[in-house]
Design a protein around this ligand. Structure first.
Ligand code: DP6
Length: 328
């Protein structure tokens, strides 16, 4: 007996953490050691189609027309195993995915990628999924992906070891606050160490890791309040502290993402503030700098960082929507 093919497509947006996630309390279940809060970004999307096909003898993952092997494939296949087990399905799946932004730009594609994969796989398998269920499935593959399932301002709490139920939740919808996130893509250096491996090394080797884990919840609390009050300075200051602290803890384990161009942009941000323009910076597992500002200041901030030495590309994003799914 072979069931008919079933397929679905999902579109998910990338997100940027305002309060950073760095470190796991349970690596097996992929549970974060600290709470994180993010802004989902429009335009920076991943589109993923999943088709369970009885004729396949193994899962296939195609990214921008190239068949993927290694770690991305294994992570995707593990997520599909989970869906197959929940839906009592045997068939392998063909996954075709493409990013609406350059994968090599160093922008996190795993968050939008695993959020889109989770949503498309559940729909293709006929599971009646809520956003919370999709978020939980995505979290197991990549914790930041749990946040990309929701639009707007989103929180993923810290996990408790062994508790697999953790999912992100929405703090406020996209229309709550008309902020902008300006991404300054700085010149690429040698290949960076990925976040999963880097945060584990930080946990094991950094003398500052415990201090980071202890300090992080207070910044998350300030950011939560700042979002509710639409207070950019409050959010921006805590976001910079959270960023600097996680990077410092990683640096102490020999992981340094910053390049000369990173510092150029950070200096420019300071100058902008001295001129009375509210812009605050954050960075992820790479040298690029992302700036948070009010919509009215975005053109000026954009123009200013675009001209920094070492900045190769600049783009502006707005608060983005929930993951969307289409059957067939
Ligand atoms: C620096 O979500 O990529 O972007 O759960 O191991 O897949 P895994 O890690 P990942 O880490 C993201 C780290 C970060 C900060 C953040 O997005 O909160």
């Amino acid at each position: 007996m072979s069931a008919p093919r079933s397929a679905a497509q999902a579109v998910a947006c990338a997100n940027i953490a305002l309060a950073k996630y760095w470190g796991k309390v349970d690596s097996e279940l992929n549970l974060p050691a600290v709470p994180s809060i993010s802004l989902t970004l429009d335009k920076l999307t991943t589109t993923t189609r999943v088709e369970f096909d009885p004729s396949l003898t193994r899962d296939e993952l195609w990214l921008d027309d190239a068949l993927q092997k290694g770690s991305p494939f294994r992570r995707a296949s593990r997520l599909l195993d989970q869906v197959r087990s929940e839906a009592s399905l045997r068939h392998f799946a063909r996954v075709v995915t493409s990013n609406g932004f350059p994968t090599a730009s160093g922008l996190a594609s795993s968050a939008s990628g695993f959020a889109a994969l989770a949503a498309a796989a559940e729909a293709a398998a006929g599971l009646d999924a809520s956003l919370a269920r999709t978020s939980r499935l995505a979290r197991r593959a990549s914790a930041s992906a749990a946040r990309s399932v929701y639009g707007g301002f989103v929180e993923l709490a810290a996990g408790a070891p062994g508790d697999d139920g953790l999912a992100a939740h929405r703090l406020a919808p996209p229309e709550h606050w008309d902020v902008r996130l300006i991404v300054a893509i700085t010149s690429q250096g040698p290949k960076q160490i990925g976040s999963t491996e880097a945060m584990e090394r930080t946990r094991l080797q950094s003398p500052f890791y415990d201090a980071w884990v202890q300090a992080a919840p207070a910044w998350a609390q300030t950011i939560r309040e700042g979002i509710a009050e639409r207070d950019l300075e409050k959010v921006g200051q805590a976001m910079e502290m959270s960023t600097q602290a996680f990077h410092a803890s990683a640096w102490a384990a020999g992981i340094r993402y910053w390049q000369a161009s990173t510092l150029e942009v950070l200096e420019r941000v300071k100058q902008l503030r001295a001129e009375g323009i509210g812009a605050w910076a954050t960075m992820d597992a790479g040298p690029h700098v992302k700036l948070l500002c009010e919509a009215r200041d975005a053109p000026h901030v954009f123009d200013s960082v675009r001209r920094c030495a070492g900045v190769s590309e600049t783009l502006t994003a707005r608060p983005g929507p929930d993951v969307s799914v289409r059957h067939g």
